[in-house]
Design a binder for this molecule. Sequence first.
Ligand SMILES: [Zn+2]
Length: 86
Amino acid sequence: MPYVYRCRQCRATSTPGTRHQAEDARQEHRDNEHGGLAPDGERIERVPGSTRHPDGRYVNTGAVLVLLMLLLVAECTARITSVAGR
Ligand SMILES: [Zn+2]
């Protein structure tokens, strides 16, 4: 959940969420606290240390499976060629 909305005027920060949720928080904050106007210094920021995708920090399972299959094929090929070479 990588985005927060910050209002420097109020020193307020929304709870982390999607970009869309941060934009909703911005609109709600503008309406409730600033009479619908955009305060100076407001911004939508990515949360430091977060990735673009929530699961991006984890290893891609599909890539690991492909690598394991390649190793299996390589080992079988090596066994077959070593048996055939005797
Ligand atoms: Zn504000």
